[in-house]
Design a protein around this ligand. Structure first.
Ligand SMILES: *Cc1c(COP(=O)(O)O)cnc(C)c1O
Length: 385
């Protein structure tokens, strides 16, 4: 654990330095090979990673793209989503989810989140379906799968596509099935801070559907599959070889890093459940804890005081998507999203990553409990009762 100038201990929110240190030699070898081969776009490094990531996700096909937002855009496009369509998604997510929908020309329809998992509310989906609804984009938020079976039932009944936003959920499982194989396709981000992260931007779409994979690959590479046979205008959104080489090295370590995240989460929950709302993980699923999010009053003061005592926390996300300035034109008010509009003031993300030491975990717990006491933050009603 590092220390601040004041001599206090310091815990990073995500410690990429510790991660890279642990596999530096393997990374250097992989990077050198790409540089020596000068094959920077496409080639075997990219197809090897795509093969490995498809295996990891238990899907038949994987198409690497430039980032997770493009993965969503290409996945939606490949499902035929476009102008005149409506696409349903959840109010608490990162803006990339809804941005990708809008970019296809479709209209975003926001639904509130479930009050225990914070993933998309099933009844809300049912109430939002119209003749124009084309797809649903559930987000496996914080690393926990959305409640996919009822979503898939609704989609089947109404002929809708399901595009999973799995940007935070590499390796998560829903009732024994891997995230990424549940909907028509699933979109991953390899942004550096994600559970599997590149040295820059990167992403992928995985699917069992060969035609969907072909369409994604074509769209993301200027509407072509070979050199100059452009079937249509697409975009330039390719996974580059350096990122693929780095991701392929890290992918080998991801299972053990994920286990560590689960251990950290278990220690947090055991120590903190008397003091604040702790994540509720579905017992039939695997939560991979991209984020460990607690719920409490006086969130902003607690966050500030944690920061002062050397513990970096985050808020994911401080403003529900439909209440952002970017969506003012939709005319929503907080009362349209009773859960998300309250959550945004009460959620706090504690540090979690695959290289946290026990000493760091203990320091976060000790500091958090002291801060709650010092600020007289009351435990949630469910705990106090
Ligand atoms: C990170 C993220 C994305 C976007 O991924 P980028 O690679 O940053 O474009 C999309 N959805 C969610 C839920 C994310 O967390």
């Amino acid at each position: 654990m590092d220390t601040l100038a004041s001599g206090r201990q310091k815990v990073e929110f995500v410690d990429l330095k510790a991660q890279i240190r642990s596999i530096r030699e393997e990374l250097d070898v992989a990077i050198d090979k790409v540089v020596d081969d000068t094959c920077f776009i496409g080639g075997s490094v990219v197809s090897t990673f795509e093969k490995h990531f498809a295996e990891f996700a238990a899907a038949k096909h994987c198409v690497g793209v430039a980032n997770g937002t493009d993965a969503l855009y290409a996945g939606l496009w490949a499902c035929g989503v476009g102008a005149g369509d409506e696409v349903i998604t959840v109010a608490n997510s990162f803006i990339a989810t809804s941005e990708a929908i809008t970019r296809t020309g479709a209209k975003v329809v926001f639904v509130d989140c479930d009050k225990s998992t914070y993933t998309i509310d099933i009844e809300g989906i049912q109430h939002s379906i119209t003749d124009r609804t084309k797809a649903v984009v559930p987000v496996h938020l914080y690393g926990q799968p959305a409640d996919m079976d009822p979503i898939l039932d609704i989609a089947k009944a109404h002929g809708l596509y399901v595009i999973e936003d799995a940007a935070q959920a590499h390796g998560a499982r829903y009732r024994g099935r891997m995230v990424g194989t549940l909907g028509h396709c699933a979109c991953f981000s390899f942004y550096p801070g994600k559970n599997l992260g590149a040295f820059g931007d990167a992403g992928a779409v995985v699917t069992d559907d060969a035609e969907l994979a072909r369409r994604v690959r074509m769209f993301a590479n200027h509407g072509r599959l070979s050199k100059y046979d452009h079937e249509l205008e697409g975009i330039n959104s390719r996974l580059d070889s350096l990122q693929a080489a780095i991701l392929d090295v890290k992918l080998r370590h991801l299972p053990s890093w994920t286990l560590r995240r689960e251990q950290v989460a278990a220690r947090y929950s055991a120590a903190l459940s008397r003091h604040c709302g702790v994540p509720w993980a579905r017992p039939d699923s695997r939560h991979v804890y991209h984020l460990y999010v607690v719920r409490l009053k006086q969130r902003d003061q607690v966050r500030e005081e944690m920061q002062r005592r050397g513990v970096a926390c985050g808020v994911h996300y401080p403003i529900a998507l439909p209440l952002l300035q970017a969506y003012r034109h939709l005319g929503h008010t907080p009362s349209d999203f009773p859960v998300a509009s309250v959550l945004q003031h009460e959620i706090l993300s504690l540090p979690i990553h695959g290289h946290m030491t026990d000493a760091e975990v203990d320091y976060v717990i000790k500091t958090f409990v002291e801060v709650l006491q010092d600020l007289s933050v009351k435990p949630p009603a469910s705990v106090a009762a």
